[in-house]
Write a protein that binds this ligand. Structure first.
Ligand code: ATP
Ligand code: MG
Length: 570
C-alpha cells in the first residue's frame, strides 16, 4: 500500500470528548471517526488491526475445537421471553418492531439464539461436546458510552458457546477457552491478567475476566503479592477481620449533635473510625429497602450486596423509604428497623465489640454496640470492597494490591441456566433426558484494539505490538519530490514485499517532519528512511518505534537487519 492512496486522515487536535489517550490517538492517527454517540466507523488502518486481531482469535478458537458460524443480529423477543431476559435486560437492550408489529432486539449477546439453534438439532450425547462461535457486531445502549470504541453502543464481539453432556465436560471446555484466551492476548502482545470475576447478568457459576493492564482502565483488579490469586474488585472475596477481644458493655444512647458523617462522629467521640459502624441505604428494582452496615473505614461492594439480596440492580434509597422503615439518614442502625427491609451486615462489622452506630434518631448514636448481642436476625456476609493491603483470601499470607485495567474478554461456565429455561436437552448414555451444560466466552475486538493503544503509547503516538500493527514496517521517501529518493524507496518497498514483510510506502510529497511525525503517531513498529544519505552511499536508516533505537544498515545487509529486528519484536 502507498500512503498517497491510503485513507488515513491524521489530525493535530482531538475532539474534546476524547478523555483518554487511546481515544485521542485513534482519532488523531486516522483510525476511527464517530457517526453518532457510541457508534464509530473503522478507517482502513484500524480495520487492518481489527482483521489481524480477528485472525488470531479465529486461529485459537479453531485450535480449541470451535466452529465459526454467523447468526442474525435481530433476535425475536419470544426467545428472550423463554429465558426470562426480555424483561430483565433493561434499557441497555435496543428493541425494534418489524412491519407486522413483532418485537425484536438488536443482539447484545446470543445465549438465547444459540440455545434455540442447538436444542432443535442436538439430540444425543454423541453430538457433544460442541463449540460454536461468531465474530459480529453487538448492540448495547450503554448508559454512558465513552472512550470511543472501548465502550460504544455498537461494537464487534467474538462470542463462543460451548455445549457439554456433564459438568466435567463443561469444565474441560471452560479450561480450553481459558488457555485459548491466554494465547490470544499473549499473541496480541498485551500485558494482561486473568482475574476471577462476578458473572453478572449473564448468570451462571465460575467466571474470569481477561484484563489488559493500563492505569486509565475502568476495571479495578486485586492481585496477591504472594500467590497467583487475582480477582476483579467486584469479585475479590475478603476474610473477616477479628477485633481485639473486649468485655461487652451495656448499650447506651448518647447525643452526638451534627455528627452525621463517620469522620465527624469519630472526632466528636474521640474514637478511631475502626470503632464505628456505618450504613449505606439502597433500594432494589422492586423497591425493597436494603440497609448495608460495615466498619466505618470500609466501603460497600455493591455487586456482592446485590448478590446477597438477590437483586439485579441497586439504587441509592430515597429518604422517604428510609424514614418509613424507621431509619434516620446519617444516624442509621439495625436496632429498631421495621420488618420488611433487608439488613445486611458485613462479617467484619459483625465481629466488632463496643462499637458505635447510629440510633435511628437525629443527632443520637449508640455506644457499646455489640452486633452479635444487639443486631437480632440480620444477614451476615462479606459485602466489603477490597482495599489496598487487604489479606489475600486464597493464601492468607500475602496482601492484595489494587491495579487498573481494561476488561477485554470474559469467560463463563453457565451450567444449565439457559438450557433448562429453554428446554435444550439431549439423551445421555443411559437414554435419560438431560439439560445441556453450557459455557459462553466473549472478546471485545474493538476494545482489545483500544486497550492495546491504551497500554502502548507515548507522547508522540501509538506504539503497536508487532502482531496487531496495521503495517509492520513503513518505508519513508524522505523527500518524495526528489525522483531518485522516491525510486529508491519504491525499490526497497518492493523488495520487502517480495520478502513477505507487511509494509507501507510513504510516498507523499509532504515535508519530512510531517511524515516522521505521522509515522510516530500511527506507530508502525519499524520505520525505514530513504534520504540523501541513501542516495549518496547506500546507508539505510532503520528506527524501532518501541525503543527509539536507530540503526544504519548498508544496502546489502538491511533486509536481514530488518527481519531480525522484527523477529526480536515478537
Ligand atoms: P463491561 O463490564 O465493560 O460493560 P461486560 O462485562 O458487560 O462489559 P461482556 O458481556 O462480558 O461485557 O462482553 C464480552 C466482551 O465484549 C467484554 O469483555 C468487552 O471486551 C466487550 N464489550 C462489552 N461491552 C462493550 C462495549 N459497550 N463496547 C465495546 N466492547 C464491549
Ligand atoms: Mg464482562
Amino acid at each position: 500500500m502507498r500512503a498517497t492512496n491510503l485513507y488515513a486522515p491524521t489530525l493535530r487536535n482531538t475532539p474534546a470528548e476524547a478523555e483518554i489517550a487511546s481515544h485521542q490517538l485513534m482519532y488523531r492517527a486516522g483510525l476511527i471517526r464517530k457517526s453518532a454517540g457510541g457508534m464509530y466507523t473503522y478507517l482502513p488502518l484500524a480495520w487492518r488491526t481489527i482483521r489481524k486481531i480477528e485472525q488470531i482469535i479465529r486461529e485459537e478458537m479453531d485450535a480449541a475445537g470451535g466452529q465459526e458460524i454467523m447468526m442474525p443480529i435481530l433476535q425475536p423477543s419470544e426467545l428472550w421471553e423463554e429465558s426470562g431476559r426480555w424483561g430483565a435486560y433493561g434499557a441497555e437492550m435496543i428493541r425494534v418492531k418489524d412491519r407486522h408489529g413483532r418485537e425484536f432486539c438488536m443482539g447484545p449477546t446470543h445465549e438465547e439464539m444459540i440455545t434455540a439453534l442447538v436444542r432443535d438439532e442436538v439430540r444425543s450425547y454423541k453430538q457433544l461436546p460442541l463449540m460454536l462461535y461468531q465474530i459480529q457486531d453487538k448492540f448495547r445502549d450503554e448508559r454512558r458510552p465513552r472512550f470511543g470504541v472501548m465502550r460504544s453502543r455498537e461494537f464487534i464481539m467474538k462470542d463462543l458457546y460451548s455445549f457439554d453432556k456433564d459438568i466435567a465436560g463443561m469444565n474441560e471446555s471452560y479450561r480450553k477457552m481459558s488457555v485459548a484466551y491466554t494465547n490470544i492476548f499473549t499473541r496480541c502482545g498485551l500485558n494482561f491478567r486473568a482475574v476471577e470475576a462476578d458473572s453478572g447478568a449473564i448468570g451462571g457459576g465460575h467466571s474470569e475476566e481477561f484484563t489488559v493492564l493500563a492505569p486509565e482502565g475502568e476495571s479495578r483488579i486485586a492481585c496477591c503479592d504472594a500467590c497467583s490469586y487475582a480477582a476483579s474488585d467486584e469479585k475479590a472475596a475478603l476474610r473477616p477481620i477479628d477485633a481485639a477481644a473486649e468485655e461487652a458493655l451495656p448499650l447506651e444512647k448518647v447525643a452526638t449533635p451534627d455528627a452525621h458523617t463517620i469522620a465527624m462522629l469519630a472526632e466528636y467521640l474521640r474514637i478511631p473510625v475502626e470503632k464505628t459502624i456505618k450504613a449505606v441505604a439502597y433500594q432494589t428494582e422492586e423497591d425493597v429497602l436494603v440497609l448495608a452496615f460495615l466498619r466505618g473505614d470500609h466501603e460497600v461492594n455493591e455487586v456482592k450486596l446485590a448478590n446477597a439480596v438477590g437483586a439485579q440492580e441497586l439504587r441509592m434509597a430515597d429518604e422517604a423509604a428510609i424514614r418509613a422503615a424507621g431509619g434516620c439518614p446519617g444516624f442509621m442502625s439495625p436496632i429498631g428497623i421495621k420488618e420488611g427491609s433487608c439488613i445486611v451486615v458485613d462479617e467484619t462489622a459483625m465481629r466488632m465489640h463496643n462499637a458505635v452506630s447510629g440510633a435511628n434518631e437525629q443527632d443520637f448514636h449508640y455506644i457499646n454496640v455489640n452486633p452479635q448481642r444487639d443486631f437480632g436476625s440480620v444477614t451476615v456476609t462479606d459485602i466489603r470492597l477490597v482495599a489496598e493491603g487487604d489479606l489475600c483470601p486464597s493464601c492468607g499470607v500475602g496482601h492484595l494490591h489494587i491495579g487498573r485495567g481494561i476488561e477485554a474478554g470474559q469467560i463463563f461456565a453457565l451450567g444449565t441456566k439457559y438450557s433448562e429455561a429453554m428446554g435444550a436437552t439431549f439423551l445421555d448414555e443411559s437414554g435419560k433426558t438431560q439439560p445441556l451444560q453450557m459455557g459462553c466466552y466473549g472478546i471485545g475486538v474493538g476494545r482489545t484494539m483500544a486497550a492495546a493503544i491504551e497500554q502502548n503509547h507515548d507522547a508522540h503516538g501509538i506504539i503497536w505490538p508487532r502482531a496487531i500493527a496495521p503495517y509492520e514496517v513503513v518505508v519513508v521517501a524522505v523527500n518524495a519530490k526528489v525522483e531518485e529518493q522516491l525510486a529508491y524507496a519504491e525499490e526497497i518497498y518492493e523488495e520487502l514485499r517480495a520478502a513477505g514483510v507487511d509494509v507501507l510506502l510513504d510516498d507523499r510529497r509532504e515535508r519530512a517532519g510531517v511524515k516522521f511525525n505521522d509515522c510516530d503517531l500511527i506507530g508502525y513498529p519499524v520505520r525505514i528512511a530513504i534520504g540523501p544519505k541513501t542516495i549518496e552511499n547506500g546507508t539505510i536508516e532503520v528506527k524501532i518505534r518501541q525503543s527509539g533505537e536507530l540503526v544504519n544498515f548498508a544496502r546489502d545487509t538491511y533486509l536481514k537487519g530488518v527481519k531480525d529486528m522484527l523477529a526480536a519484536l515478537q
